[in-house]
Write a protein that binds this ligand. Structure first.
Ligand code: SF4
Length: 288
């Protein structure tokens, strides 16, 4: 392999987080233990297209809904959670359910239920269309989802009690910023429970991405564009270093991007496998 002239700084927080690692291990074990049987996942088990391609190669089939899954199949419920209503439908069919929801995501579901039980209107700060938020919504009927400061309603909570939680992969700074705007626009709210449910792994990667992006000429975030935490890292990197790029795999114009660059920072999303990171780093070393 050619010796790279560039200084390559690899973040400490790369590769699978604990929740994703656990989900992939259980999925691989389930496939190995059920030879010849249909094993489906409800949507992708994790948000990384290359890792999902590998699981498909081991025999995993990905279903868009429970409706088309034949009875007698194994159904894996993904790491980012599943709406209760969907679990009820799946449980009503003759399917063997294997739930690989990340324990942290499961704990946020419990927080939602607890807030509702204590009469709080739940406010979720996150992306309405993300699978995790769709799953959480079911645990907090009537909740409000807020994606950015502009969406914060004025005077809506003036006489109520509210509980604010975050998507687990949200930027901690954005979460706290939106909480501030909610309180400012709703000064008469009676009681507020603020639950910082940003996952520790996500928060750690965000801090590291910010620091690393400020030190290098080029910042690369390895992961899929479908992964919320990967997109967040790319946004945070870009906020301090305009030369920040999301890299899905060692292809496309990666070679051109790194050519002639003196320092390159590398971090990955929580659902990016280490073998893919090694392949991307190999490509960087070949071309920088
Ligand atoms: S990023 Fe956090 S919440 Fe998401 S799967 Fe990993 S450990 Fe769980």
């Amino acid at each position: 392999m050619k010796r790279s002239a560039a200084k390559i700084v690899i973040a400490k927080n790369t590769g699978f987080c604990k929740g994703v690692k656990r989900a992939v291990q259980i999925t691989e074990r389930t496939l190995a233990e059920n030879p010849g049987r249909n094993v489906y996942s409800l949507g992708p088990v994790i948000h990384n297209s290359e890792a999902m391609r590998k699981l498909s190669g081991l025999g995993l089939k990905v279903a868009k809904s429970v409706a088309g899954i034949p009875e007698g199949s194994v159904l894996i419920l993904p790491s980012h959670g599943t709406p209760e209503s969907v679990i009820t439908v799946a449980a009503g069919k003759r399917l063997k359910l294997v739930d690989v929801t990340c324990p942290h995501v499961a704990s946020v579901k419990r927080i939602c239920r607890d807030l509702c039980a204590r009469g709080r209107k739940v406010v979720i700060i996150g992306e309405a269309e993300h699978a995790e938020i769709k799953a959480l919504k079911d645990s907090a009927p009537g909740c409000i989802i807020i994606e950015n400061e502009e969406q914060v309603p004025e005077g809506l909570f003036t006489s109520g009690k509210i509980g604010i939680i975050s998507q687990t992969t949200q930027s901690k700074d954005r979460f706290l910023g939106i909480v501030g705007v909610i309180l400012k626009k709703n000064p008469l709210v009676k009681e507020v429970d603020i639950c910082n449910t940003v996952c520790r792994d996500s928060a750690g990667r965000q801090e590291e991405a910010k620091k690393l992006a400020a030190q290098v000429e080029l910042m690369l975030v390895i992961g899929s564009a479908t992964s919320a935490n990967t997109r967040r890292l790319a946004e945070i990197g870009a906020s301090v270093n305009g030369n920040t790029h999301l890299v899905e795999k060692p292809a496309g114009n990666l070679a051109d991007k790194v050519k002639g660059t003196r320092s390159i920072g590398v971090i990955s999303g929580a659902s990016t496998p280490s073998w893919l990171i090694e392949e991307v780093i190999g490509c960087i070393k070949e071309n920088a």
